[in-house]
Design a protein. Structure first.
Length: 375
């Protein structure tokens, strides 16, 4: 019996037969719709919660920092929180940061690059996606060229390390045409009237399988998820911490991704992504709640003890885990080194900040914020 007709997928050949979007109508069933309801409700609660922040942009960087770190960790790019927080606080110049820390910081910058680009254009287009990729990988390369022999292999820690597990589409105009279809599917809500949350799940599979770039597709694809939700007004700011869920359920992520390719098993993939949105929304909500509660407690305590302390200084202490005196000076308008030294001493005495020596430099840690972010 010729089994090739039953399963035409061959991991060693370019998957040029990848079907265009949308998937068959029968993909969405009642179980998926129930899970979609839970995910939509959790995401809506998160979007409302973001607006409780005194300045949403102020804390987006803090939460986005965790997303950037987790997303990079999925690609086996690890950096310690200490390295990352120091780099973000400018306690070390980015050029002096470790290669892994630079990768994480580029992810965060790529997220903001894409965010401002789609807010300006009003849609997600190929140019925006390419800009995100270029920022992630610090490259000027675009869509991978047709002669590029890119394959996906098992990691060195896996059984049968180095074995090819998937060969993405390849050839002149092949990637471009599939990306054009993907982008049209995302932006045309009249022709493709599927709910945006379901579209995001479906499009994420399609993007990862198209694998349009030589490297960095995973990180670019996860950023694209957030940008699309922002574009569709399901999120006001890109703060959904999806990568944490993917890390904790990494095997299921790749298994369900492969099941769509090999068996057209869309249901489990969509259910996985919707559950990721629900659980991640709840987790991010908890982070926001804890930060807001801690900000209030810190402000109330410090105001009783320090005449110079105010709401603006309190807010800036929660913009990032590691603080430099200059940040306090910029907010307070005090540039005297003596005054700033006194301020930092006061905050240290009250336990609001904790000093840490790094060579000749001293930076100050908001231990409460670190506790919340790493909890």
């Amino acid at each position: 019996m010729d089994t090739s007709k039953l399963n035409p997928f061959d991991r060693n050949k370019p998957y040029n037969q990848l079907p265009l979007l949308p998937p068959p109508d029968k993909v969405i069933d009642n179980e998926i719709l129930l899970r979609w309801g839970y995910a939509s409700r959790a995401l809506a609660q998160l979007n409302r919660n973001i607006l409780r922040l005194p300045n949403p942009n102020m804390l987006v960087n803090t939460i986005t920092l965790q997303e950037a770190q987790s997303s990079s960790a999925i690609e086996n790019i690890f950096t310690t929180e200490d390295e990352l927080y120091k780099a973000v606080s400018d306690s070390v110049k980015e050029k002096d940061a470790s290669p892994n820390t630079k990768e994480v910081l580029r992810y965060r910058e790529a997220l903001w690059t894409g965010y401002y680009d789609i807010k300006k254009k009003g849609e997600v287009d190929q140019d925006s996606i390419i800009k995100v990729y270029q920022q992630v990988k610090d490259t000027r390369q675009g869509i991978r060229p047709p002669q590029s022999q890119v394959v996906i292999k098992r990691g060195q820690s896996e059984l049968r390390a180095g074995e090819v597990i998937f060969t993405p589409p390849r050839g002149k105009g092949v990637i471009e045409s599939k990306m054009e279809n993907l982008i049209h599917y995302l932006n045309d809500n009249e022709t493709y009237s599927t709910d945006p949350l379901l579209k995001m799940a479906i499009a994420h599979y399609q993007f990862e399988v198209i694998h349009p770039f030589s490297d960095g597709n995973g990180r670019t694809g996860r950023i694209l998820n957030l940008l699309y939700l922002v574009n569709q007004d399901l999120l006001s700011h890109p703060v959904l911490y999806l990568s944490k869920y993917i890390i904790e359920n990494k095997d299921d992520y790749y298994y369900n991704l492969g099941a769509v390719t090999q068996r057209k098993s869309w249901k489990n993939w969509i259910m996985y992504m919707l559950n990721a949105v629900e659980q991640t929304s709840k987790h991010t909500n908890q982070i926001i709640d804890e930060i807001i509660d801690q900000m209030k407690a810190t402000l109330e305590y410090a105001r009783k003890e320090l005449r110079w302390y105010n709401k603006e200084i309190n807010e800036v202490l929660f913009t990032q885990p590691y603080i430099k005196p200059k940040i306090i000076g910029d907010i307070s308008g005090k540039t005297s080194r003596t005054t700033l030294t006194k301020y930092m001493s006061d905050l240290t005495r009250l336990g609001i900040l904790t000093p840490k020596q790094d060579g000749k430099e001293v930076y100050y840690i908001n231990i409460d914020l670190v506790r919340i972010l790493e909890g």
